[in-house]
Write a protein that binds this ligand. Structure first.
Ligand SMILES: NC(=O)C1=CN([C@@H]2O[C@H](COP(=O)(O)OP(=O)(O)OC[C@H]3O[C@@H](n4cnc5c(N)ncnc54)[C@H](OP(=O)(O)O)[C@@H]3O)[C@@H](O)[C@H]2O)C=CC1
Ligand SMILES: O=C1O[C@H](COP(=O)(O)O)[C@@H](O)[C@H](O)[C@H]1O
Length: 458
């Protein structure tokens, strides 16, 4: 694809996102594509000099051993502008500093992003400008609709990239390849053969000093409302004709429009919990409620689990359970598709206790197909065997794939406006029930597997 963006502006240059994820990914992308030329402008409310910003960029690039002509050219003329991005004059100054068609990347808290968009409406924008917005997109359905309206007044939809780095993972293409480039999965990919689907994203990471953002979001909004619903959409979509932006996004949109809480019951379909003090990977972790910046009375959950149904012919009656949490004892990132038991196991064969399971591990991507096979000893005794395939790490970090889409004007892997709103609609009844305390806030020890009374998934 041809690069359509010539200047990348990071609003929130001092953010954790920029230094830890965006800049390393940019470094890797430009190392892999030495022919690219890109001007980088950083901006933030901190009074930084160009030299300080350059050193921040350089250290982030170092983490991925970035090098080559594209990196040298970028470091040579990158600059930093101190600005309040909620002020139109400051934004105008930033845009004046752009030598080529810019992309504005909002590495900002969602409320500040919304104010910056209001300010952008008051100034003239350069032709072809791209706007890249981080998740969460808005803070609920209403604010997401309002933000979409604001953006629509600024640029056409294809120039808006609602970033979800889970869609920037090769995982999406791996799932599509597995399903649609084989004859054996798609014919059984439905309620007729699938019992349930679990998407699990358990992290050993704790709060990592992100209370300012996380304490208002919690695990439901941070992971399920955004990333994991996108994974569900890719898993459950109808076969697209092409991998074009329109086909992919139409396919995901149709799934999400049909998705709602299991039996429409927020109390039956959702669970939440918060970690108490413990030890994770040998390190002591304080109770979430005692972390600096956390308001314990807010009762923010650090582990969330919600079951959904998809009201289509293909998926009627199949529960999709999404779970994610922090400070857990084991990092577990996988999609588990559990098939229905064989219709009839011939009398005489013994030992078929578990049905067939397809596990798709995320980052690093791997697939395991757990089957019932005849064991090496007694031929009538069925044993469990697993066939596994490693997909490899992908050419780029997830954010590198996101940035490549932005630079090349390809929104295939970004979230479309209507879909962002759907995701808020889907989780709204859970948020409402939790706010009213209709679902108890359970506890789990940091370093454990979660509350012992919760049914294990997968
Ligand atoms: N960090 C992560 O792992 C991930 C973050 N995200 C998303 O990225 C976004 C940023 O998150 P994160 O990096 O954690 O947040 P941080 O709190 O680390 O950074 C927020 C940034 O916003 C800047 N900022 C705030 N107000 C203004 C203003 N009025 N004018 C200019 N700059 C301003 C801050 O600058 P200053 O400090 O100078 O005020 C800072 O650079 C969020 O939407 C989050 O959901 C998404 C995926 C992962
Ligand atoms: O967006 C986010 O994602 C990360 C998990 O993604 P990973 O690619 O870093 O594994 C999560 O830790 C963070 O809380 C959330 O904001």
């Amino acid at each position: 694809m041809t690069q359509t963006v010539g200047t990348l502006v990071i609003l929130g240059g001092s953010s954790d996102l920029a230094s830890r994820l965006l800049l390393p990914a940019l470094g890797q992308l430009l190392t892999n594509h030495p022919e690219r030329r890109l001007q980088l402008v950083g901006s933030g409310s901190e009074e930084w000099t160009d030299a300080h910003w350059r050193s921040v960029v350089r250290s982030s690039f170092k983490t991925v051993s970035a090098s080559g002509p594209a990196i040298e050219a970028l470091l040579e003329d990158t600059r930093y502008l101190t600005a309040d991005v909620t002020k139109p004059d400051d934004l105008e100054r930033i845009l004046d500093a752009c030598d080529a068609t810019p992309a504005l990347y909002f590495a900002l808290p969602p409320a500040v992003t919304a104010l910056a968009c209001t300010a952008l409406a008051k100034i003239e924008l350069p032709e072809g400008i791209t706007l890249a917005l981080e998740k969460p997109f808005g803070t609920d359905r209403r604010t997401a609709i309002a933000l979409n309206k604001q953006l629509a007044k600024l640029v056409p939809e294809d120039q808006v990239h609602r970033v979800d780095h889970f869609l920037g993972r090769s995982t999406v293409y791996n799932m599509l390849g597995l399903r649609f480039a084989n004859r054996i999965f798609e014919p059984v990919w439905s309620a007729e053969h699938i019992e349930r689907v679990d998407v699990i994203y358990d992290e050993t990471l704790g709060l990592e000093g992100r209370a300012r953002y996380y304490d208002k979001a919690g695990a439901l909004v941070d992971m399920i409302q955004s990333h994991l619903l996108q994974v569900l959409a890719v898993l459950a979509m109808e076969p697209p004709s092409t991998l074009d932006a329109q086909d992919l996004r139409d396919g995901k949109g149709a799934v999400l429009r049909a998705t709602r809480l299991w039996q429409d019951s927020p109390t039956e379909s959702s669970r939440r919990a918060r970690y108490t003090g413990g030890t994770v990977e040998g390190e002591k972790v304080p109770a979430y409620a005692k972390e600096p910046g956390v308001d314990p009375d807010r009762e923010t959950e650090t582990l969330a689990e919600v079951t959904f149904q998809i009201d289509t012919w293909r998926w009627a009656g199949v529960p999709f359970t999404l779970r994610s949490g922090k400070a857990l004892g084991e990092r577990r990132r996988e999609v588990v598709v559990t098939f229905k038991p064989a219709q009839h196991v011939p009398t005489g064969l013994t030992g078929t206790k578990e049905p067939t399971k397809l596990r798709m591990m995320l980052a690093p991507d791997e697939m395991q197909l757990e089957l019932n096979v005849n064991g090496p000893g007694d031929p009538l005794q069925i044993e469990r065997a697993s066939m596994s395939v490693e997909f490899g790490p992908g050419q780029l970090l997830a954010y590198g794939e996101v940035l490549e889409g932005i630079l090349d004007g390809d929104p295939s892997l970004s979230v479309r406006g209507d879909t962002a709103v759907e995701c808020w609609r889907i989780v709204a009844p859970v948020i409402s029930a939790w706010t009213k305390d209709e679902v108890a806030l359970d506890t789990y020890r940091a370093g454990s597997r979660g509350p012992s009374e919760w049914r294990p998934l997968g």
